[in-house]
Design a protein around this ligand. Structure first.
Ligand SMILES: Cc1cc2nc3c(=O)[nH]c(=O)nc-3n(C[C@H](O)[C@H](O)[C@H](O)COP(=O)(O)O)c2cc1C
Length: 275
């Protein structure tokens, strides 16, 4: 197994600190540091009990104030699955994914508890949506870490929210329950790669926030291209062919086009007050 130091050097390029011996040999840390998204899977389903075990482990993750405002929905019904494949057909890997899960924010149970215990819910504002979203994201992350530690591959699916209304109908989601992300899971069909991240000098702050500079981000673009350059440029028809193309150009092009602009309206229709 690659040393933790080598994995972090590859990932960040500026991990210039000494890793204590007690951490350097920790297999769990090496697995997380060397992880990568998987979008190609062997066709066979996971053995019975695997998803259930990983789900239980994922739901052992922290939850804001122990409110437990997140759930996991395992898609098993072939009709529902085929409808989801159809909705998400722009992402060609999804149909070949043996299992799809949906991580849900759930502020409904909290409201039910208020009703059952006879206390008014006095927190009908943005925080109700935010806390449930964060709890669901934490459970998603814990599931990915657990699955990858078990040798499986995963890819989160935010595009499921491009069809939030249809998906909610399909999965029978009531008010105050909403999809945060889907997750494809299975046995990887090949090796993953370690994708370079922004330097720690930009993303770890000490005492006070330090502003990112264009030079530092351009340096990351260059370093990343030496490891795994983009195979194609995004939306050449609109943006043209750039001479140098890196992460920052890719991300700026990505979000120069509106995505899910109707999500706020969907969340309000689910009963949330976002003020
Ligand atoms: C919340 C979330 C949503 C994501 N949604 C999608 C998606 O809809 N489609 C996809 O192909 N990848 C999706 N991804 C995977 C990311 O593109 C991937 O994690 C990122 O490129 C970094 O790669 P790495 O995980 O290998 O480091 C998502 C990841 C996260 C955390």
């Amino acid at each position: 197994m690659t040393a933790l130091k080598d994995l972090l050097d590859l990932r960040f390029g500026d991990a210039a600190f000494a890793i204590p011996d007690a951490l350097a040999d920790n297999d769990a840390l090496r697995t997380i540091a060397g992880r990568g998204v998987v979008r190609r899977f062997k066709p066979e389903p996971l053995a019975p009990g695997v998803l259930e075990t990983l789900t239980a482990v994922a739901l052992s993750s922290p939850s804001k104030s122990d409110l437990q405002q997140r759930d996991i929905l395992i898609v098993e019904d072939a009709g529902i699955r085929s409808r989801i494949n159809d909705l998400l057909k722009d992402q060609d890997w999804i149909a070949g994914c043996p299992h799809i899960l949906v991580f849900l924010g759930n502020n409904r149970r909290q409201r039910q508890v208020h009703h059952w215990r006879g206390h008014a819910f006095a927190n009908d504002h943005l925080d109700a949506f935010f806390n449930a979203s964060v709890d669901a994201a934490i459970a998603l992350s814990a599931f990915v870490v657990a699955a990858e530690a078990a040798g499986l591959g995963c890819c989160p699916i935010s595009v499921i929210r491009n069809h939030a209304e249809e998906v909610s109908g399909l999965l029978g989601l009531p008010d105050h329950v909403f999809p945060v992300a889907g997750l494809g899971v299975g046995i990887p069909a090949g090796a993953h790669f370690v994708s370079a991240r922004l330097p720690l000098g930009l993303t770890v702050h000490r005492d006070r926030y330090t502003e990112a500079t264009e030079d530092a981000v351009s340096g990351y673009d260059k370093r990343r291209n030496t490891i795994f350059p983009y195979r194609a440029q995004r939306n050449i028809a609109r943006f043209g062919m750039a001479e140098t193309y890196g992460w920052s150009e890719e991300k700026a092009r990505h979000y120069a086009v509106p995505e899910r602009a109707d999500f706020g309206a969907y969340v309000r229709r689910r009963g949330f007050n976002l003020e």
